[in-house]
Design a protein around this ligand. Structure first.
Ligand SMILES: C[S@@+](CC[C@H](N)C(=O)[O-])C[C@H]1O[C@@H](n2cnc3c(N)ncnc32)[C@H](O)[C@@H]1O
Length: 193
């Protein structure tokens, strides 16, 4: 059951998408009729199961490099009977290669790598497709970078801010920030060539 997966993930401090971000993601998929989805960062399969349950015609490739997360995702997906719709790839995102074209690429893994992932997977994005990035306000920390005590977190948040600035200058995309939804969502829609 979805609620059990969510509660267990929250108990065990597995970072899953916030309710507001998830609702936005699901509404976007329904509204646009997206069917082919690539997810970067599976964790225990919570977001991919939610997406797959929207429509039997939806197919998701999702990538996870942590073995424990991968194993939990496989069990959760099997328990929901969604193994035909969700394909979990146990590998580093950086090593994933595919010829497949996707309507939606949901980016929810290493936050410091967002720009790199965008370049890596742009060839897999359909002409009318979108990237959807989660954690774009990173728990609100993007607004108070200099007062973050941890050096690592400060460095990560600076990278998120640099990506936020960069993406606004990239002419290949029309972008919208939804900083008030979930942990901050960014939608980057591919411009027609
Ligand atoms: C925020 S969680 C994903 C949450 C999931 N999308 C959800 O909302 O249910 C991010 C996951 O990405 C995985 N991850 C981080 N960097 C990765 C990489 N380079 N390759 C593959 N997986 C990675 C982590 O192990 C973690 O489980």
């Amino acid at each position: 059951m979805l609620k059990e997966i969510k509660d267990k993930a929250l108990d065990e401090k597995v970072p899953i998408i916030k309710d507001g971000g998830l609702n936005f993601l699901l509404e976007t998929i329904k509204e646009k009729g997206y069917k082919d989805i690539l997810e970067l960062g599976t964790a225990v399969g919570y977001s991919s199961i939610n997406m797959a349950l929207l429509d039997k015609g939806i197919h998701i490739d999702t990538i996870e490099k942590n073995e424990d997360m991968y194993n939990q995702a496989i069990v959760n997906i099997r328990n929901e009977g969604l193994e035909d719709q969700i394909n979990v790839h146990f590998k580093a995102i950086e090593e994933f290669k595919s010829e497949k074209m996707y309507d939606l690429i949901f980016v929810d893994a290493a936050k410091a790598q967002y720009q790199k992932y965008m370049e890596q997977f742009l060839p897999n994005l359909k002409e009318n497709g979108i990237f959807l990035f989660d954690n774009m306000i990173f728990h609100g920390l993007i607004y108070e970078v200099e007062s973050i005590p941890s050096r690592n977190t400060r460095s990560l948040v600076k990278k998120i801010n640099r990506f936020r600035e960069y993406i606004q200058t990239d002419k290949r995309f029309d972008i919208i920030f939804y900083d008030n939804i979930g942990d901050g969502i960014l939608v980057a829609k591919r411009r027609k060539q």
